[in-house]
Design a protein. Sequence first.
Length: 187
Amino acid sequence: MSLVLYVILALIILIPLYVIYLYNRLVRSRNMVEEGWSGIDVQLKRRADLIPNLVETVKGYAVHEKNVLEEVTQARVAAGAAQSVEGTQKAADMMTAALGRLFAVAEAYPELKADANFRELQGQLAETEDMIQKARRYYNGAVRALNTQVEQFPSNLVAQQFRFARADYFEIEDPAHRALPQVDFTS
């Protein structure tokens, strides 16, 4: 057999193996994106589950703040109804803004700030916000890896063939919501 025949046979064997390798790498990346999204979803659900307790605690003290309490409740409903990354982003932004206003209202009630239940809920909410941020970073890292593979040659050829698509980043869209509200419960 000639050298050309060996080269052709090697290519016939190696090219499909390389395509399989690229395909499996894309599948692994897509699964990491899905896992990352699941982490964000779990933390957002945890935050939404804390909201009714927080609202009820504040409601007992802040009887005149009905609009703020309704806004927090509406944000919670929107968060539960979101179906896409973009919708969830908007709902999360809305929830962050509503919670900021809720904590601003709490500042006006010293006895509320001293309430042990309120302080515990506020601590759990702060912990949940930290976990949301970590989940968001993991998810966005997984999205970056997948998007790079979907766009980079030669894996983009395999991605196009098997209909792998870019994923959306989970970002805060409203610049006003990028800044966390500064609330001091120590006074």
